[in-house]
Design a protein around this ligand. Structure first.
Ligand code: ADP
Length: 546
């Protein structure tokens, strides 16, 4: 017997309608590159998104057609988010920090017909001109005509126009189509940390469900009174769903634009009264260092922060809480999981833990949100015990987890029984909390046993002379692989190898201690700011540790 409830589809257009109808009082603040701010409201975002959809419809854009963006977190990007998806086309965000070859590959793979480009990124697009795909017809500069240089070399090959002239004079209402909720809404490629970028094609249904899930108290905890600043980019995994979640809650949004230095961010926190923000550890680490440099730098009202993307260094978390009263919540996710999969918050079982004990526990990535199921299996495919010690590869499934990649049927990341293999190696504890100990590709296989490169990196970061560290597996004739530690020393220090390796004594099993340490000036990072182990491994591929 079926239920007798109304079968209303879950659509992105309904988030926009809801925010515009019920939350006209919230503000949408957008920072320009020069630091000046523009201000809109949800009804204005809805009106401008409708104008954009009319303009694109008039130009023949059809449902399912891919429309790319190369842009920062700013209001015109938000209008493309809502306008393109709501009309049934697919909003394809492209990460401007990727290598030009990767951007060209991604645009070709997606077969985009329009490319929206922020004026500050136009030069980058010009450099790509010869490699832009055949399908591309129009380049829309996200600003006014005055922001397009007269000699823009893209002009000859493509139609080049400004977003403001594109939407000018268009009606401010759009009768949004009642799409199948499983229709594609947006497309984002993985950052290619572990290989070629792969497209993840989100649906209206997955986006709405993910948005509802992240609003929860134990996830982002966002309401109408919040002023939300996504520092995580709108060009990668939909800024962790914040543009949608904020619309659902009717929250205000502060979009920081391209300037993410600590002083610019702190100014927005203070002047706009930001109550919630999300970013990767490098952003919060830089902010903490900047705050500490001058005792006058404080938060009038400490915001709530969420961090993810890479592991949260414990001293950063402790510094924010103890010195500034700022709570940081640790979350885990991937492009393939929309991205939120887990978040680390207290439960009745650990409600009584004192601050220090919970700060230590907060290094773990958290427990699954409702909707996400986890399965952890060892190398033989057997489930690992929930003891916080044994580790295996994490697999997930749920309504906002990818079922396959765009244009890549049959990818082995998807199991025959419907799970997605994350490539993350984790432990699970008795409270259901996961801790990432490595990427499956980076774990060091020493004599049939696994050594966690991440554990070794995190530990050595506690050494006073270590600024950055990486551990990679190096060939060994007896043990297959042994760990090599690469260290960037803190300025003004000159630690010795004995001093560094001695730090591991008593902290890890003897056979985990790296065989060697080398001092380097810097470590390679990917476009999303993660340690680029593939590059390091390539560099050291001919080395041997015995
Ligand atoms: P890519 O997989 O191309 O690096 P993603 O942005 O999808 O791009 O990154 C997902 C990966 O980032 C995860 O599989 C995991 O290894 C890592 N990651 C995400 N959040 C965390 C976190 N909180 N702690 C440690 N690693 C994380």
């Amino acid at each position: 017997m079926l239920g007798l409830m109304q079968d209303r589809p879950l659509l992105i257009s309904s988030i926009l309608d809801h925010a515009a109808r019920n939350h006209g009082g919230a503000k949408i603040v957008s920072a320009r590159p020069d630091g000046t701010l523009t201000r809109h409201t949800w009804p204005q975002v809805a009106a401008r998104a409708a104008q954009l959809a009319h303009a694109l419809t008039a130009r023949g854009v059809r449902q399912g057609e891919r429309i790319a963006t190369l842009a920062w977190n700013e209001h015109r990007h938000l209008e493309v988010y809502y306008g393109v998806s709501s009309m049934g086309a697919v909003m394809h965000t492209v990460n401007p920090r990727l290598f030009p070859d990767q951007i060209a590959y991604i645009l070709k793979d997606a077969a985009d017909t329009h490319l929206f480009v922020d004026p500050t990124l136009l030069k980058g697009a010009e450099a790509l001109a010869d490699r832009l795909p055949e399908t591309l017809r129009t380049i829309v500069v996200m600003g006014t005509e005055a922001e397009i240089p007269a000699d823009c070399p893209l002009r000859g090959r493509f139609e080049v126009l400004a977003q403001e002239s594109l939407i000018a004079g268009q009606p401010e209402q759009f009768d949004w189509p009642e799409l199948d909720e499983r229709s594609a809404s947006s497309l984002c490629y993985t950052s290619g940390t572990t290989g070629e970028p792969k497209g993840v094609l989100y649906s209206h249904r997955s986006t709405v469900l993910h948005g509802l899930a992240v609003l929860q108290k134990d996830v982002f905890n966002i309401g109408a009174e919040d002023v939300v600043m996504p520092v995580v980019p709108m060009f990668h995994v939909n800024a962790w769903g914040i543009p949608y979640a904020a619309g659902m809650a009717g929250a205000s949004l502060v979009l920081p634009g391209p300037r993410l230095d600590p002083a610019s961010l702190h100014r927005l926190f203070e002047e706009e009264g930001v109550t919630f923000s999300a970013g990767v550890p490098t952003i919060w680490t830089a902010l903490l260092q900047w705050l500490r440099a001058d005792p006058a730098r404080r938060f009038a009202r400490p915001p709530k922060l969420v961090v993810g993307g890479t592991a949260l260094p414990a001293p950063i978390n402790a510094g924010f809480l103890k010195e500034y009263g700022v709570h940081i919540r640790h979350a885990w996710g991937m492009t393939e999981t929309s991205p939120l999969g887990t978040a680390n918050t207290r439960k009745p079982e650990n409600a009584e833990w004192d601050e220090d004990r919970f700060l230590d526990y907060a290094r773990k990535q958290g427990r699954p949100l409702f909707g996400i199921e986890l399965r952890v299996r060892d190398a033989e495919g057997k489930p690992v015990p929930q003891d916080g010690v044994a580790f295996g590869e994490l697999e997930v499934r749920g309504p906002w987890v990818a079922g396959q990649y765009f244009n890549r049927p049959g990818d082995p990341a998807f199991t025959a029984d419907g799970w997605f293999r994350t490539g993350d190696v984790v432990t699970v504890d008795a409270l259901g909390c996961i801790e990432i100990v490595d990427r499956a590709k980076d774990v060091i296989k020493s004599g049939g046993e696994w050594i966690s490169s991440i554990t070794l990196e995190n530990l050595i970061l506690g050494h006073p002379a270590v600024a950055q560290a990486a551990v990679i597996g190096i060939h060994h004739s007896k043990w297959d692989e042994r760990p090599l530690l690469l260290v960037v020393p803190k300025p003004g220090t000159s630690p010795t190898a004995e001093d560094i390796l001695g730090y591991y004594e008593g902290r890890v099993a003897k056979w985990w201690v790296p065989d060697r340490v080398e001092f380097v000036d810097s470590l390679p990072l990917t476009a999303t700011g993660k340690l680029w182990k593939a590059d390091l491994k390539h560099k050291y591929k001919d080395r041997s540790l015995g």
